[in-house]
Ligand binder design. Structure first.
Ligand SMILES: Nc1ncnc2c1ncn2[C@@H]1O[C@H](COP(=O)(O)OP(=O)(O)OP(=O)(O)O)[C@@H](O)[C@H]1O
Length: 245
């Protein structure tokens, strides 16, 4: 079995046709090793979200290969892809997407209920404890801060024990202190549970929590930084943005 949780090989994706065609990804190859935390950065429109969507089976690549463990995603039917996302992938987005009428506990239970499982209360409490919210289980989203709501979203993403957790700007709507809490949690998941995490971000400080930052420019890979500092990331981004202008 491969040591990579996710492997993209020569993935290309074009939106639209003819004069309106936009090639969002040009033959991108990228491996996400098991237990690694990767940040994806690049100027606006460089293909970050498209990369994440193709890697997570939310969108289909036009060509190339996308593998989750030993499963090739590109040939899967829509139903098989839906099941794969439900059972093997976790997501957190900039918007927390919690259901307002449900408590934290009920929100966290939802993915298991949708999978036809009756979750044990212990299992849900454990997921909430993992994100430091064991004492907020009965609160509804409106009774929680933004950072707490994102942590509930994180517990909901982790309850199925996904092979990979994808984040699309997971700290994008949080203030810097709250962002740090959420990023430390993600870092801790990788360090203590070997959770594979990949996150798109615009924030060099957020990216500095990752093991590696992968840069995209105009739909192509444009280098990477290992064990990045926020300053190194910011400098690299300034250069990429200058070229993109
Ligand atoms: N559904 C779509 N239809 C047409 N073009 C699209 C679509 N989605 C993305 N694009 C185009 O593909 C390119 C890459 O978009 P993408 O959203 O992946 O970039 P991004 O790096 O995530 O940008 P941002 O940082 O601004 O969110 C852009 O030129 C965008 O306009």
């Amino acid at each position: 079995m491969s040591n990579d949780t996710v492997r993209l090989t020569a993935v290309s994706k074009t939106y639209g046709t003819g004069d309106h065609a936009v090639t969002a990804l040009h033959e991108v190859s990228l491996s996400l090793p098991r237990g690694s935390f990767t940040a994806i950065m690049g100027p606006s429109g460089s293909g970050k979200s498209t990369l994440l969507q193709c890697a997570a089976g939310l969108d289909r690549a036009d060509s190339g290969s996308v593998k989750l463990g030993d499963t090739e995603l590109t040939g899967l039917s829509k139903t098989a892809l839906t099941l794969l996302r439900r059972d093997r992938i976790g997501f957190v987005f900039q918007a927390f997407n919690l259901l307002p009428m449900l408590t934290a506990e009920q929100n966290v239970m939802l993915p298991l209920r949708l999978a036809g499982r009756r979750p044990g209360r212990d299992e849900v409490r454990e997921a909430l404890d993992q994100v430091g919210l064991g004492d907020r289980a009965r609160h509804r989203p409106a009774e929680l801060s933004g950072g707490q709501q994102q942590r509930v979203a994180l517990a909901r993403a982790l309850i199925t024990r996904p092979e990979v957790l994808f984040g699309d700007e997971p700290t994008g709507s949080l203030d810097s202190a709250t962002s740090r809490d959420v990023l430390s949690l993600l870092r801790g998941l990788t360090d203590s549970e070997r959770q594979t995490v990949v996150m798109v971000t615009h924030d060099p400080v957020a990216a500095s929590y990752a093991d590696r930052v992968v840069f995209l420019a105009d739909g192509r890979l444009s280098g990477e930084l290992v064990s990045p500092t926020a300053q190194d990331v910011a400098e690299r981004m300034t250069k990429l943005e200058a070229v993109a202008c």
